[in-house]
Write a protein that binds this ligand. Structure first.
Ligand code: ATP
Length: 200
């Protein structure tokens, strides 16, 4: 799996539509302090489903990811990020050789998520990347302070990282989902029995 390109518009310090393409090998982003280097990795993390604005540098609430304006430019009304992924090895469960993930957030608080142009839920994006290592909870984006966080993590939290890396996080997620549905079904059964008792 290979990140081919990133398209950013209205996200943090990128008001204009900006396309960054990645070639094979190592890509280094260089620039003066505060020029927006971290905003690029934040955009990748955000489009992959980051829901905690605290994880995105300098963003207190989700609205802070939208370009807030400068002395010469007005604020934008939305932020949009698209990530182009080479899926020719079909590691992602999508038939297409290219997968485009899109996330849009409006100042009104409305969110849109897309996979190859189709509207999806955040949950679908989360599930698509489970166990690939590059999802929201993946280990492929190591932010500042993350190493210390991993070293200092409690054993249970560290185990989650190994579970994601070894490809079993998906099964834990599905087990939890199944247990949640089972609990819902059991609640319904109890209610049904109460109604039956009242009728008989
Ligand atoms: P350093 O080298 O210090 O780590 P950096 O190049 O990684 O810096 P970033 O943290 O990516 O820089 O970018 C910070 C810049 O982004 C700041 O100038 C900040 O004003 C700007 N910025 C962040 N959020 C927004 C926003 N919502 N609207 C406009 N500008 C923003």
């Amino acid at each position: 799996m290979f990140l081919k390109a990133l398209e950013i518009q209205g996200f943090k310090s990128f008001p204009d539509r900006t396309r960054i393409t990645f070639e094979g090998g190592i890509t280094a982003v260089v620039g003066p302090n505060g020029s927006g280097k971290s905003n690029i990795s934040d955009a990748i993390r955000w489009v992959l489903g980051e829901t905690s604005s605290k994880q995105l540098r300098g963003a207190g609430k989700m609205e802070d990811v939208i370009f807030g304006g400068t002395q010469t430019r007005s604020p934008m009304g939305f932020a949009s990020v698209s990530l182009y992924i080479d899926n020719s090895a079909h590691r992602l469960d999508v038939e297409k050789d290219e997968v485009v993930i899109t996330r849009k957030y409006y100042r009104s608080g409305e969110s849109e998520y897309g996979i190859n142009g189709q509207n999806v839920r955040l949950k679908d994006i989360y599930e698509l990347f489970l166990d690939t290592g590059i999802g929201r909870d993946g280990y492929s984006i190591i932010g500042q302070g993350r190493i210390a966080e991993i070293v200092g993590a409690k054993s249970g939290e560290r185990r989650e990282i190994f579970e994601e890396a070894s490809g079993i996080a998906k099964y834990r997620y599905r087990k939890n989902e199944a247990e949640r549905k089972l609990a819902g079904a059991e609640d319904n059964l109890v209610r049904l029995r109460d109604i039956l008792d009242e009728l008989t």
